[in-house]
Design a protein around this ligand. Structure first.
Ligand SMILES: Cc1cc2nc3c(=O)[nH]c(=O)nc-3n(C[C@H](O)[C@H](O)[C@H](O)COP(=O)(O)O)c2cc1C
Length: 164
């Protein structure tokens, strides 16, 4: 039987957290580990994977609802599975320069899933974003892409090392 894959699940409104999930999966694949990227709401059997990485976008200091629901729905099945969490949000370089603690729902998910670690990555907001508030943030010059592919890759490489 082939080795099960690593699941990289995400909750994303405007696609940038999905992009980070893709970067993480690519880093796993580069190291010979098979990975599957899926929207958190579309995962059926979370227990079928050898490890799970779950990420959620931050909106008004709340973790994306799909990431929260994933933690609630699948906690029972993930008892023996190593889990890592990430959040993506800050629209500046703060995520790269200091440790940003998990917001309440992400901290709850840490406990529910006995996750090994939580990290916060910088976010991204462009004029394509959904919603008036989002677009006015961009219009006021406070948008941009603050994701840091290098830092994401270093984190994924560390996880790959733990799974080797
Ligand atoms: C209305 C609004 C509220 C936001 N609130 C937060 C927040 O509380 N904390 C944070 O770090 N980023 C916040 N952000 C930035 C988003 O988290 C960032 O754009 C993120 O990359 C979005 O992810 P997504 O593209 O996957 O939806 C907010 C953005 C918008 C438009």
């Amino acid at each position: 039987m082939s080795t099960p894959k690593i699941l990289v699940a995400y909750g994303s409104r405007n696609g940038s957290t999905a992009g980070i999930a893709e970067m993480i999966a690519a880093a796993f694949e580069k190291r010979g580990l098979e990975a599957e990227v899926r929207p958190a709401g579309q995962v059926r059997d979370a227990g079928a994977y050898r490890a799970v990485v779950l990420g959620g976008a931050l909106y008004n200091a709340r973790w994306h609802p799909a990431a929260r629901a994933f933690a609630r729905r699948h906690a029972g099945k993930l008892a023996g599975t190593p889990v890592w969490l990430f959040s993506s949000g800050p629209l500046d370089d703060s995520a790269d320069t200091k440790e940003i603690p998990a917001v309440r729902h992400a901290a709850d998910a840490m406990r529910k899933l006995a996750a090994r670690e939580h990290v916060t990555f910088g976010g991204c907001l462009t004029s394509e974003a959904k919603g008036f508030i989002a677009r006015s943030i961009v219009r006021n010059g406070r948008g941009g892409d603050f994701r840091n592919p290098e830092r994401v890759e270093v984190w994924a490489a560390k996880i790959a090392g733990e799974l080797a």
